[in-house]
Design a protein around this ligand. Structure first.
Ligand code: MN
Length: 202
């Protein structure tokens, strides 16, 4: 059973004006589709075909670079699309709001920490909010690595992800990554992040 490119849960233009339709169309239809196809190619005929993606990533140090890069790309974008939504953003309520205050002091301190992690990741990569041992942690990973991978310095269950590859913002923002990061906060789907938190806490 091959991995499948998930449908976007909204239209390409749904996140306008913060993320433009042209970027979304290429990002989902070309980049994410490419990672998905290449992952399937890399695991074809192996026992990995029967495993959930999370289990593959957990022991990725033993696997090929193709599985690491494309498996990460597949998982990371699956999460990324769902943690954004139209008419979203603002400050989180519920458990995630409480845990952010407890872990970082305030929402604005969290926002600053997450934005710095995203802006300071050199080259391509991702910024993350993860749950580790019941606590929230912010960090970043290079390329298509993620905090589920055994090779990752940042560890935990991802509940929020931001793609800072140039392909995620260059059409609209060119070199202005900080502006893209600032606008990401207008589309964060905190209701989904809350669900991710509850799953991570079990
Ligand atoms: Mn991407």
């Amino acid at each position: 059973m091959a991995f499948e490119l998930p449908k976007l849960p909204y239209a390409f233009n749904a996140l306008e004006p913060y993320i433009d339709a042209g970027t979304m169309e290429v990002h989902h239809g070309k980049h994410h589709a490419g990672y998905t196809n290449n992952l399937n190619g890399a695991i074809q005929g192996s026992s990995l075909e029967a495993m959930p993606i999370e289990a593959i990533l957990k022991d990725v140090s033993k696997l090929s670079p193709a599985v690491r890069n494309n498996g990460g790309g597949f998982y990371n974008h699956n999460l990324f699309w769902t943690v954004m939504a139209p008419n979203a953003g603002g400050e989180p309520q519920g458990e995630v709001g409480k845990l952010i205050n407890k872990s970082f002091g305030s929402f604005s301190e969290f926002k600053e920490k997450f934005s710095t992690a995203a802006a300071s990741r050199f080259g391509s990569g991702w910024a993350w909010l993860v749950v580790n041992d019941g606590k929230l942690v912010v960090g970043s990973t290079p390329n298509q690595d993620n905090p589920l991978m055994d090779i990752s310095e940042l560890k935990g269950s991802p509940i929020l992800a931001l793609d800072v590859w140039e392909h995620a913002y260059y059409l609209k923002y060119q070199n202005r990554r900080p502006e893209y990061i600032g606008n990401f906060f207008n589309v964060i789907n905190w209701a989904q992040v809350e669900k991710n938190l509850n799953s991570a806490l079990g």
